[in-house]
Design a binder for this molecule. Structure first.
Ligand SMILES: NC(=O)C1=CN([C@@H]2O[C@H](COP(=O)(O)OP(=O)(O)OC[C@H]3O[C@@H](n4cnc5c(N)ncnc54)[C@H](OP(=O)(O)O)[C@@H]3O)[C@@H](O)[C@H]2O)[C@@H](O)CC1
Ligand SMILES: Nc1ncnc2c1ncn2[C@@H]1O[C@H](COP(=O)(O)OP(=O)(O)O)[C@@H](O)[C@H]1O
Ligand SMILES: [K+]
Length: 488
């Protein structure tokens, strides 16, 4: 599990340790870890051309002390100062180790262009908003250079707490972060700027509170995943009911059913209009299907099931409203996706008043419908805050889809899913996700764990399926077994 902490929590832990230990010890630990990563990245330290971008705070101090360590090992280190005053001790250490210092812009640009490694020590957790000048110009030179860019603590210009990027920001190949991950390193758009993450332990651990945000790794998912035991039968593995797709959007039914079957459901009971039932059975003969009567859309809904998935491609017509009310009226775990979320925006109390496990899986546009006064762009810029707010307002679990999938639940740390690829942004992949998570819910996992496992496997399947090439939602379905196998 990767645990991320708020800036306040990191500073508090740092204060406790600083009051206890010798002055500057934490910065020395940080700089030693940073220098070790830089040395590992360089083919050879001796003779390597290293440029430090140095801001006015302690982030610049880390870069200077690390630069001094590299200079002592024979690297040609140049510190480019972005502020009149920088960390004095760090500057003296660099000079004493034979490093050079410059505040000249033209000099800096040429040195960055010719560098093997650029160390971004402009801003750390003290940064606010997009980069100002001269920081922004230095970040642009680093982006134009062929040098490897290593960010100190976080890429400058990324908001440590949220991952928001409000203007120019550094794009790093590697980020060396200290004491604990920061949410902004795990959540887009910040995560996309951070590259590969390296955590350096500086001893903050015992002083840190519980994580604010967590990102599960393969072993965490493997430990959560339900597997059939020797005593399993199809009922104990979980019976899932699905109200997805319609004669108009039959693909949503075929894909969501496929996601559930590949997700390990014991039995799938599908209910829908005659045309879509025929298509589902044609593709998935293992499904137990019921044709719903147009005159009484709820009489034929499946009974004796462990969980429900409602919404993908289901439509917004009055029968869909009645169906949604009926399903939410059961005491069963329910996943609401797509059209069901749009309908919920009209009747939010359907979920607010519900005590049984409920999971919403909106994309940013759907979440905007649930949160008055917020638009899609706001949600994409501040994914963590909006997913957390929706979970609090609806009193349920919320999985926000998109460039970083976030799972929020009241009173628990938010989860950031680490798998996935932008090639998932193609019609129908959300339907597959709804089915996959539905299978986990039916197996008895709580909504948060079901969402975590489903999102992880979905993103992993996409990566395995694509290998860099475009994929369709059907390709994604085909790769789900490989994603399970990769975790076993
Ligand atoms: N905490 C820990 O456990 C440890 C912390 N350590 C390290 O300390 C780092 C935090 O250091 P920090 O607090 O000195 O802040 P930092 O980010 O270097 O600079 C802030 C300065 O930048 C400026 N500035 C702000 N926004 C700006 C903008 N958009 N564009 C341009 N300038 C901007 C702002 O100046 P002002 O706006 O006030 O003029 C402010 O003074 C941390 O990330 C880690 O690397 C480790 O050494 C050891 C353990
Ligand atoms: N830029 C992106 N990077 C990673 N994953 C993405 C991106 N855009 C979309 N996705 C993923 O693709 C899926 C799309 O779901 P959704 O928007 O519901 O599509 P549909 O309704 O067509 O099935 C979600 O799992 C989402 O997280
Ligand atoms: K930085």
């Amino acid at each position: 599990m990767r645990d991320a902490y708020t800036v306040e929590a990191v500073r508090k832990a740092e204060d406790v340790l600083m009051a206890r230990g010798p002055e500057g010890a934490l910065m020395q630990r940080a700089a030693a870890g940073l220098a070790a990563v830089c040395a590992r990245l360089l083919p050879r330290v001796y003779g390597a051309r290293v440029v430090l971008l140095v801001g006015s705070g302690d982030n610049g101090g880390d870069a200077l002390y690390a630069g001094a360590r590299l200079a002592r090992r024979g690297a040609a280190v140049l510190a480019v100062l972005a502020a009149d005053r920088v960390h004095e001790g760090g500057l003296a250490a660099l000079r004493a180790a034979g490093g050079r210092v410059s505040a000249d812009r033209a000099d800096a640009r040429a040195a960055i262009a010719a560098a093997d490694l650029v160390v971004d020590g402009l801003l750390g957790i003290g940064g606010r908003g997009g980069l100002r000048e001269p920081h922004a110009a230095l970040a642009a030179h680093a982006a134009d250079s062929a040098a490897l860019v290593v960010a100190v603590d976080l890429p400058s210009g990324v908001d440590a707490g949220t991952g928001a990027v409000e203007g120019p920001a550094v794009r790093a190949d590697v980020t060396v972060t200290f004491g604990g991950y920061k949410p902004g390193l795990l959540i887009d758009p910040g995560a996309g700027r951070a590259g590969v993450l390296e955590l350096v332990d500086i001893g903050l651990g015992p002083e840190l509170p519980p994580a604010h945000v967590r990102s599960p790794q393969a072993a965490d998912i493997a430990a959560l995943l339900p597997g059939p035991g020797a005593e399993s039968d199809k009922y104990r593995r979980g019976v899932l009911a699905m109200a997805s797709g319609s004669d108009r959007y039959s693909g949503a039914a075929v894909l969501s059913v496929g996601g559930a079957l590949r997700g390990g459901v014991g039995m799938l009971r599908y209910a829908g209009q005659a045309g879509v039932v025929a298509k589902v059975l044609d593709r998935w003969p293992e499904v137990v299907a019921t044709v719903l009567e147009p005159t009484d859309p709820v009489a034929g809904l499946p009974q004796r099931v462990a969980a429900w998935v409602v919404g993908p491609g289901r439509g917004l017509h009055p029968a869909a409203v009645v169906e949604l009310r009926t399903v939410l009226g059961t005491g069963l775990p329910v996943l609401l996706d797509a059209d069901a979320i749009t309908l919920l925006a009209e009747e939010p109390d359907l979920v607010r008043d519900r005590s049984a496990p409920t999971l919403l899986t909106p994309h940013a546009g759907e979440l905007a419908r649930l949160l008055p006064g917020v638009d899609r762009a706001d949600i994409e810029a501040r994914r963590l805050a909006h997913a957390t707010r929706a979970a609090a307002e609806f009193g349920c679990t919320v999985l926000l889809k998109g460039s970083t999938t976030i799972i929020a639940e009241p009173g628990r740390p938010a989860i950031v899913n680490p798998t996935g690829t932008p090639l998932l942004a193609t019609a129908g992949t959300g339907d597959v996700l709804a089915g996959l998570i539905g299978a986990m819910l039916a197996s008895g996992l709580a909504p948060r764990d079901a969402a975590v496992c489903g999102a992880y496997l979905h993103g992993l399947a996409a990566r395995l399926a694509c290998g860099g090439a475009p994929i369709s939602a059907s390709d994604l379905l085909g790769a789900i077994p490989a994603a399970f196998r990769a975790l076993r």
